[in-house]
Ligand binder design. Structure first.
Ligand SMILES: C[S@@+](CC[C@H](N)C(=O)[O-])C[C@H]1O[C@@H](n2cnc3c(N)ncnc32)[C@H](O)[C@@H]1O
Length: 211
C-alpha cells in the first residue's frame, strides 16, 4: 500500500476518525446514543463492517487499523453514505485501553488477522494471551470474539489461546463456506480473495465468562 502522508491531516480533522487521544473517547457522545459497540480490529477496507452497519442500525460499529492507508476507503465510503453508526480508530490494538473503558464493547471481530507465522513473532498475534487480557477488560460479561481466518496454524493457536484464557468456545467450523454458518456469513475483502484461490476458511466464536 502506497504511503499517503496527507491522510494524517485528513484524519486529524475527520469527524468519523479517532486519531490521537488526549482523553478517553466518550463513545456515547461520538455516536449520540448508548447502543452496543461491535469492534473490528484490523478492519482494512472494512467491507464487512460497512455492510453490517448498513443492516444493523441499533449497533455501533468501529473499525480499527494501525495502517492509515487502509482506512482511507472505508472512511470516505461511510461519509459518502452518511452512515450514522460507524466510526474508525487509526491506532494499534496494543493501545486498546486508551480508547475504551472497562465493559464497553459487546463484540470483537478478528477477520483474517496477520498470522505471524514465525515463533519469534508469536506475541504479535491478535489472539496472543496479552491481547486477550486487553479484550477481557473492554468486553462486557458475556461479550464475544468472532474470528475468521484461512491460516490453520493461527486458527489452532487461537482455539488454544482463547480456551486457556477465559473464553468459552462455540460455533466452530473448519470449513465455513460448507457449514451451517455460510448462509449468514458476510465476506471480508481478504475472504473473497482466499476463497477465489480455493482456500478453506476457519471460524470460531469465544464468549467471555468471568465464572
Ligand atoms: C490481512 S488484513 C485483513 C483486513 C480485513 N479484516 C479483511 O478481512 O479483509 C489485516 C489488517 O490488520 C491490520 N492490523 C494488523 N495488526 C494490527 C494491530 N495490532 N492493530 C490494528 N490493526 C492491525 C493490518 O494493518 C491490516 O489492515
Amino acid at each position: 500500500m502506497r504511503n499517503k502522508p496527507h491522510l494524517e491531516e485528513k484524519f486529524k480533522k475527520h469527524p468519523l476518525v479517532i486519531y490521537k487521544l488526549e482523553d478517553k473517547v466518550n463513545w456515547v457522545n461520538f455516536f449520540g446514543n448508548n447502543h452496543p459497540i461491535h469492534l473490528e480490529i484490523g478492519t482494512g477496507r472494512s467491507d464487512f463492517i460497512l455492510k453490517l452497519a448498513r443492516e444493523n442500525h441499533d449497533i455501533n460499529f468501529i473499525g480499527m487499523d494501525k495502517v492509515k492507508e487502509a482506512l482511507n476507503y472505508p472512511v470516505s465510503k461511510a461519509k459518502e453514505e452518511g452512515l450514522p453508526n460507524i466510526g474508525f480508530i487509526y491506532g494499534d490494538a496494543r493501545n486498546l485501553r486508551e480508547y475504551f473503558d472497562d465493559d464497553r464493547v459487546s463484540r470483537i471481530y478478528l477477520n483474517f488477522s496477520d498470522p505471524w507465522t514465525k515463533r519469534k513473532h508469536i506475541k504479535r498475534r491478535l489472539t496472543h494471551k496479552d491481547f486477550l487480557e486487553l479484550y477481557k477488560k473492554i468486553l462486557i460479561e458475556g461479550g464475544e470474539i468472532h474470528l475468521k481466518t484461512d491460516d490453520y496454524n493461527f486458527f489452532k493457536f487461537s482455539l488454544e489461546s482463547l480456551s486457556q484464557n477465559g473464553f468459552l468456545l462455540r460455533n466452530i467450523t473448519f470449513d465455513l463456506h460448507h457449514s451451517k454458518f455460510a448462509e449468514d456469513n458476510i465476506m471480508t475483502g481478504y475472504e473473497k480473495r482466499w476463497l477465489s484461490e480455493g482456500k478453506g476458511i476457519f471460524r470460531l466464536e469465544g464468549v467471555f465468562k468471568t465464572e
